[in-house]
Design a protein around this ligand. Structure first.
Ligand code: GRF
Length: 190
């Protein structure tokens, strides 16, 4: 099974997933797609000789470029790991129930639509939540609204800062994301 990872930033989740599947013959990270030229995730992929594809909003709009590469490479599954744009509906339709995302909070959560990064942790703390965590969910055509697959929780303690909460949430991401992907792919009807 071949995974394509979409990411926009540092790519610590992407690297964690790449490493996890290095020891699993059935599943591999085939390629990394990115919309930010200087994103560190590109450097991480290159370390493992994984092909990277950089695209911009224009490419994503004209359906040929990105979708064609995904189909040519016979990608079975798409993982969003810190990808900050909405997946275009033509890609979502071409990969029904085959695109998942990880959100660094317990959806449905407080805060504005499509928040990301520190803003999510700030919103959780500002809302006085007693816990936060991660939500892994399918992608559909509404941002962060796809069917939930897995959640893991961590406490929000007195004096919690967005940075300290981010650290706990990242730990949950690294502990669970690769295994959840593996479980889905093992049950995927080819
Ligand atoms: C993670 O916190 C993930 O939950 C969110 O974006 C962040 C990506 O971090 N979707 P990284 O680029 O994997 O380090």
């Amino acid at each position: 099974k071949k995974i394509a990872i979409f990411a926009s930033g540092s790519g610590s989740n992407a690297e964690n997933i790449i490493q996890y599947f290095l020891s699993k013959p059935e599943i591999s990270v085939d390629s990394v797609f990115c919309n930010v030229a200087e994103a560190y995730v590109l450097k991480r992929a290159e370390k493992y000789n994984i092909p990277t594809f950089l695209f911009n909003r224009e490419d994503l709009k004209n359906q040929e470029k990105v979708l064609q590469i995904l189909q040519e490479r016979q990608i079975d599954f798409i993982v969003l790991a810190g990808f900050l744009w909405l997946m275009p509906s033509f890609i979502v339709s071409a990969f029904p129930n085959r695109i998942i995302n990880i959100h660094p909070a317990l959806l449905p959560h407080h805060g504005g639509k499509g928040m990301y990064g520190m803003k999510v942790h700030e919103a959780v703390i500002a809302a006085g939540e007693k816990e936060s965590g991660i939500t892994i969910h399918y992608i559909n055509n509404q941002y962060d609204k796809g069917d939930p697959i897995f959640q893991a929780r961590c406490p929000v303690e007195a004096g919690e800062t967005p940075e300290s909460l981010a650290k706990k949430v990242h730990a949950l991401e690294y502990a669970h994301f690769p295994r959840v992907i593996e479980e889905i792919l093992q049950n995927l009807k080819s």
